[in-house]
Design a protein around this ligand. Structure first.
Ligand SMILES: [Mg+2]
Length: 108
């Protein structure tokens, strides 16, 4: 998020208010859930889903500003580190169990 985008988000929070933007975030999350669910039925396309992802990211960035970006960033770092460790340990496990399967899937 660049400075201009952040400025627009702060302006939106100040203009509409925190409670309204939190309600809007809930609404947008619901729309993304609906778009992703409809995908399974072939009733939403990439454009529909991309628009709902954009809406959710816009609202998530406002939530990040409202609840504290540094704390969110710290938690993201912790969670991504944990994910990386999990993936690495899972790769090690698969390689130990069946190295041929691992190398065959890796090149697919
Ligand atoms: Mg939407």
């Amino acid at each position: 998020m660049n400075d201009s985008q952040k400025s627009t988000l702060i302006h939106a929070i100040n203009h509409f208010g925190v409670d309204h933007q939190i309600d809007k975030a809930i609404e947008e999350l619901g729309e993304l859930i609906t778009a992703l669910s409809r995908r399974r039925l072939d009733r939403s396309n990439r454009q529909d889903i991309a628009e709902e992802i954009a809406d959710v990211l816009i609202m998530a960035n406002q939530l990040r500003i409202i609840y504290g970006g540094e704390m969110v960033d710290d938690i993201i770092d912790q969670k991504l580190l944990r994910l990386r460790k999990y993936i690495n340990s899972d790769i090690d496990r698969v390689m130990r169990l069946n190295p041929e399967v691992y190398h065959r899937n890796k090149t697919d």
